[in-house]
Ligand binder design. Sequence first.
Ligand code: NAG
Length: 277
Amino acid sequence: MKTFLTLSLAALIATTTTTVSANEAEDGHTHTNDHEHGHKCACDAITYDFDIDCANTQAMTDALARLQAGQCASNCNNFACEKDWLIVQTHHDHCPEDGIPVAIENGFHDYDGVCSSCDIVRQEIPGAPQCPTVNCTDGSGNLAFQRLLTKSCNSQCSETDCKDDWLTLRVAHDFCENGALSQSSEEGLHALEEPCANFQCNLPLDQIANTLECSPEDLKQAHDDHGDDHADHDASPNMAPGGSGNGDGFDMGSAGVTNLALGAVALFMNLLVAALF
Ligand SMILES: *[C@@H]1O[C@H](CO)[C@@H](O)[C@H](O)[C@H]1NC(C)=O
């Protein structure tokens, strides 16, 4: 009996391990996205209990005000700060840009290097073409930014000279991992947003459709990630705040995340066995 149990448990863990690895390998190929281990905003909205509603600008500005009052820019590691940041970041990243209050656009950058972000893509812009494919590792976003500067696209964003580079920069900013763009490209993008506002694009529609869905597996992943994040901070309170620039504050690298995920799975299995027997 004992042998049988042990074998079953080993098989279970092996199965789960394989699944986690397979998912991660698949992610590496298919996503051009920031947050490879993916805790989706759609799941965080459930976990933290908030609505994703692009029409509700009041909820966005209220959340930003609470971030400021709560001094979350110096320490984001508590539930209230995390929730308000996720409200701000989710809407900032998902909603049509011209519907986002200017205060959110500006205030966003006080927190994006300190608080942990979730994974969501921009809503479909009706009638916009599909975005160009951007290589996130060959510096093409930075090159595009350099050409935009050279051609003074910040004063006159023309279709012939600027459109393609602008969309490349936009995609690199929105969908590549941290580090794909230099700090000057990240910041310089914002000076181009207004002059180049006529040129927009959509990610593949299946990615957009998927962004607001939270499957049970996604939800479990989100819970594990958040739990681990807290544990990590508790264990080393002097750790520097993670992240720089626009992306993911969970700065452990995907190997670390995988190990944590596996640890969580193993812990779960132990608890299951303890509960059953
Ligand atoms: C991106 O560019 C690098 C360097 O040129 C190249 O090695 C890599 O294969 C490219 N990646 C994709 C997905 O095209």
